[in-house]
Design a protein around this ligand. Structure first.
Ligand code: TYD
Length: 191
């Protein structure tokens, strides 16, 4: 699955004997994430065995961080699913629009912080999985029909539709398949 290739972002760590510091800047700054942060929310006091998520977003970009403890995220682009374990406050999982996510396996004391590109809007959610699958397929078919869409064919569901003016400063996680800078995806205008 292509989702795994680039969505885990290494965030900077300022190491200090007094305690480490991590910061995150959007596209106008150091560009750790390709969107301006308009909202922050966090999950905490999660009872053992709980599952969160269970939806996709139409346009929202998010960065998900395990600020404390750990949890698993299953990302599903409508074609494949990938389970990731988050347990470091300096790793962020970037999730582009049109990705179904489930979050589970929360450790005791886990805090899941989410940076989001927009304010809360229920209309931006797919909460029905079948509806999401239909929409994902329609989006993919639409892109494949576009003239000269060879790039898009490889890009569909593998690259994030980020802000067009963002600079390609994402750093991939050490386990990524390649350390090349990320290309800015070209299908930002796709609904
Ligand atoms: P939801 O996004 O479904 O939570 P999760 O994906 O983490 O399981 O949101 C749960 C409820 O909280 C839902 O009624 C909407 C509300 N909510 C807000 O009011 N504002 C927010 O920013 C978020 C994320 C949720």
């Amino acid at each position: 699955m292509n989702i795994e290739r680039f969505h885990l972002v290494d965030l900077p760590v300022i190491r200090d004997p007094r305690g480490n510091l991590t910061f995150i800047e959007g596209p106008d700054g150091k560009g750790h994430i390709p969107f301006d942060i308009k909202r922050v929310y966090y999950l905490y006091d999660v009872p053992g065995g709980s599952q969160r998520g269970g939806h996709a977003h139409k346009e929202l970009h998010q960065l998900i961080i395990a600020m404390s403890g750990s949890f698993d995220i299953v990302l599903d682009d409508g074609i494949e699913k990938k389970r990731s374990h988050l347990n470091r406050s300096y790793h962020g999982l970037y999730v582009c629009p049109m990705i179904w996510r489930e979050i589970d396996n929360f450790s005791s004391g886990a805090v899941c912080m989410v940076l989001a590109s927009n304010l809360y809007d229920e209309a931006d959610y797919y909460r029905d999985y079948d509806e999401f699958i239909r929409a994902a397929k329609e989006a993919k078919d639409g892109l494949l029909r576009m003239p000269g869409s060879a790039f898009l064919r490889s890009a569909v569901f593998s690259r994030s539709p980020v802000m067009p003016n963002a600079e390609p400063r994402f750093r991939k996680h050490a386990h990524s398949q390649t350390d090349a800078p990320l290309e800015m995806p070209r299908y930002a205008e796709v609904p």
